[in-house]
Design a protein around this ligand. Structure first.
Ligand code: NAD
Ligand code: ZN
Length: 351
């Protein structure tokens, strides 16, 4: 009889995820079997699980879906031909899987691979079986990064909550000069990492905005110079900090129409706005709309080299993930806590 394992699966559209028993998978040629050590809970999963059936299907997803796009594990078995890793290695999963050979993938930017739909490639936890399970298959060695002596539970969320803001911030780094102000909207999983990454990479003054006082307190603890309730009064506060000019960069980790509009009001000329949150919002760009020469972008996840850089930042002690640990079996509780907005930093599931 095949060996069994547990997985946290989204089984029915509109219902909470549940623990199911599955056959333990075995790696095919080129694949790697990981024994999972940690899996992070991301707001994007809630987005996926909030979609009505027709949209969920149009996005190319099907139930049952094993969740977990932030994953870490120990190599348990190697498929034929895998020589890059050895059984027992502690690794993190690079989640945005691409084709591996196009212009974007060859430089490690697999999150931009334009061929994933035609090739039917889906990221783990976002279509392919993810890390919220006892075991997981990783399709190729290039989708693993060695963790070395980094604690997997404390660091698994760097694969998304660290990598995504890191990628967004790096693109705007040239703006983040002494005396200038950068704003993070939302100080949850991604936002509290963004604050630390801004502090680690630049001399910019960091302002955090959130709707919850507890999140503003966390923002200050992890390095925000200022933290304000996210409303129009915050626009005045940021104007005051910038001599009336506005921020040079805004990273919106909510991304609904209200926060996108707020981002537009917070910036000055030549500023860069990154709409990271998947709240369905947008911000118009056009002649006479807002200050001159503002750029608006919608970044997605990050590159493999950037993941290695994020792990190095953690190794050097410059960033760390605030996290609450849950047993895999309590995964649905972790999602409920995220929905309530009472998590501090990230929730991490441990099998
Ligand atoms: P989270 O739930 O941990 O944090 C969200 C934070 O935003 C919370 O602190 C909440 O209080 C705050 N918030 C809610 N409404 C607000 C408002 N109007 N103004 C200010 N703050 C507000 O979520 P997370 O896991 O950090 O994810 C953040 C967003 O980023 C989600 O939309 C997620 O889907 C998205 N995401 C995008 C990418 C990408 O590649 N673009 C990657 C990962 C996550
Ligand atoms: Zn995510």
């Amino acid at each position: 009889m095949a060996e069994k394992m547990r997985a946290l699966q989204y089984t029915t559209v509109g219902k909470a995820p549940e623990i199911v028993e599955l056959d333990k998978p075995s790696p095919g040629p080129g694949e790697i079997l990981l024994k999972i050590t940690a899996a992070g809970v991301c707001h994007s999963d809630e987005f996926v699980m909030s979609l009505p059936q027709d949209v969920f299907t149009t996005m190319g997803w099907r139930t049952p879906m094993t969740l977990g796009h932030e994953g870490a594990g120990v190599v348990a078995e190697l498929g034929d031909g895998v020589t890059e890793f050895a059984v027992g290695d502690s690794v993190a999963v690079y989640g945005p899987w691409g084709c591996g050979v196009c212009d974007f993938c060859v430089v490690g930017k697999e999150m931009l691979c334009p061929h994933v739909v035609e090739l039917g490639i889906q990221a783990p936890g976002l279509g392919s079986p993810g890390a919220m399970a006892d075991y997981m298959i990783v399709d190729a060695a290039r989708h693993l990064v060695p963790l070395g002596d980094l604690d997997p539970v404390a660091n698994v969320s760097l694969t998304d909550a660290g990598l995504t803001p890191y990628h967004a911030i790096k693109r705007s780094l040239h703006k983040l000069t002494p005396g200038k102000v950068a704003v993070c909207i939302g100080a949850g999983g991604l936002g509290h990492m963004a604050i630390q990454i801004l502090r680690a990479l630049s001399p910019v003054t960091v302002v955090a905005l959130d709707i919850a006082e507890a999140k503003l307190a966390l923002a200050r603890e992890v390095g925000a110079h200022h933290a304000f309730i996210s409303d129009d009064a915050a626009v005045e506060s940021v104007r005051a900090l910038t001599g009336g000019v506005g921020a040079v960069a805004v990273f919106d980790f909510v991304g609904n129409d209200a926060t996108a509009a707020l981002a537009g009001k917070l910036v000055g000329p030549e500023a860069e706005i990154s709409l990271v949150g998947v709240g369905g919002g947008s911000l118009a760009v056009g002649f006479g709309i807002g200050p001159w020469d503002v750029s608006v972008r919608s970044p997605y996840w990050g590159s493999r080299p950037e993941l290695m850089e994020v792990l190095e930042l953690a190794r050097s002690g410059k960033i760390s993930v605030e996290h609450e640990v849950f047993a895999l079996a309590d995964g649905a509780k972790a999602y409920a806590r995220m929905h309530e907005g009472t998590l501090r930093g990230r929730a991490v599931l441990v099998p």
